[in-house]
Design a protein around this ligand. Structure first.
Ligand code: NI
Length: 137
């Protein structure tokens, strides 16, 4: 763990009031924890903007009765096999499935995988959660 440095910042009082209210609502124990969280969020966004090696999860919702959809989902994942760490499948009801695919790799490749899965015929929803490998935070 890195050492702690104490800083002083100036904020407009109404901004501070809103920030404190938001931090309290979100359950942060201190302002320092809340600000660290915001800085980490910005750093992760920058990693994605810079095309760095990142991590994420692609969550798919689809009806498994749709023709060939399972095969197509597997085919697309095999095209990006170096990115996929693992996946988890849940049967939401008699028709709908949720699949969560954990990925790590170059940002543009992950976006291509996400786009490829989004474009599978019959896909109801495909969302990419963008996070970090955690190494540079
Ligand atoms: Ni299922």
């Amino acid at each position: 763990m890195s050492s702690i440095t104490r800083i002083s910042i100036s904020l407009a009082s109404d901004v501070l009031e809103k920030f404190d209210a938001l931090s309290k609502e979100q359950g942060f124990p201190t302002r320092s924890e809340a600000i660290t969280h915001l800085i980490h969020s910005s750093l992760v966004q920058q990693q994605w903007a810079d095309g760095k090696v990142v991590a994420g999860a692609i969550t798919l919702i689809y009806d498994h009765h749709k023709s060939q959809i399972l095969q197509k989902i597997v085919d697309v994942q095999h095209d990006f096999g170096n990115l996929v760490i693992c996946s988890q499948h849940a049967h939401l009801d008699r028709h709908n499935c949720m699949e969560n695919i954990i990925v790590r790799g170059e940002m543009r490749q992950i976006q291509k995988l996400h786009q490829g899965l989004s474009a599978v015929k019959g896909m109801k929803h495909a969302v990419l959660s963008m996070t970090t490998t955690g190494k540079d935070l």
